[in-house]
Design a protein. Structure first.
Length: 270
């Protein structure tokens, strides 16, 4: 059955891959992104509007368009986000404020804006794109981890809160995959950004691969959608084999410290 879908950050990366797959299956899609004019990458079959997820005014305008044009919405995909990496004593508070406003509050604004419409319909599905970083919290990524963990918490909360209105909520937690996300890196911690760029650009799978898995999870109404073996291993080792998980991330933190120029004699804690 065809669905009416809004995808934030839908002009590139995972958002674009999801848009293409949903159009192929007959869904009606509104792509929203930052460009004033319709980006060339947006498929002809999709509608397009500019939306900055930091702007409640933009969200209200998108909701009014959906109401007036389609009469409702079936699926909201909160996909827009930025990459960030930084050690707590290097990353600036202005960088923290930027990533919180986009990655966490941008998702919250989307949920806040469209929940009244979903409640009135007594139907709907919210899909929030977080990250494996929302479940597994490696070193050197405190601001990114915090925002993605917040998205996971928000999604779990809403999955229970909105269930009485037959509204589903899913959170997507992929590990690294090839996309243009690394282009959004900014901030003072160059070492962490270089590591992040390498992990993204050298990943073994691309956005189209992840999008296909995500849609299967959405169709199955899964509350947590894990997209790859690495993610499942890390998530379940944290839950069930915590000493192993702690050793793995402690070793990762030491490698990061050495790359950043720390004196090996200072790295004594196991």
């Amino acid at each position: 059955m065809s669905r009416r879908v809004l995808v934030t950050g839908g002009a590139s990366g995972l958002g674009l891959a999801l848009t293409e797959l949903m159009l192929d299956r007959g869904d009606t899609v509104l792509v929203v992104d930052l460009a004033e004019d319709r980006p060339d990458a947006v498929p002809e079959g999709a509608a397009y509007r500019r939306l900055d997820v930091r702007s409640q005014q933009d969200w209200d305008a998108a909701m009014a368009w959906v109401r007036d044009t389609w009469g409702g919405l079936d699926l909201l995909v909160n996909n827009a986000g930025v990459a960030t990496g930084g050690r707590i004593d290097v990353e600036s508070m202005s960088d923290w404020e930027r990533v919180v406003d986009i990655n966490l509050l941008g998702v919250a604004r989307g949920c806040h804006t469209f929940t009244p419409m979903f409640k009135a319909q007594k139907s709907g599905h919210i899909v929030n794109v977080a990250s494996l970083a929302g479940l597994v919290h490696g070193p050197g990524m405190s601001s990114y981890n915090a925002t993605k963990a917040g998205v996971v918490a928000l999604s779990e909360t809403l999955s229970f809160e909105l269930a009485p209105w037959s509204i589903d909520v899913s959170v997507v937690c992929p590990a690294f995959f090839r996309t243009n996300l690394h282009q959004s890196f900014s901030g003072k911690d160059a070492a962490m950004q270089e590591a992040g760029v390498r992990l993204i650009t050298q990943a073994s799978v691309d956005a189209a691969h992840i999008a296909a898995i995500v849609l299967k999870g959405v169709d199955a109404r899964k509350r947590v959608i894990l997209t790859d073996r690495l993610g499942r291993q890390a998530y379940y080792s944290k839950r069930f084999v915590r000493p192993l998980y702690d050793r793995m991330l402690t070793a990762q933190a030491k490698r990061l410290a050495r790359r950043a120029g720390a004196d090996p004699a200072e790295l004594t804690r196991d």
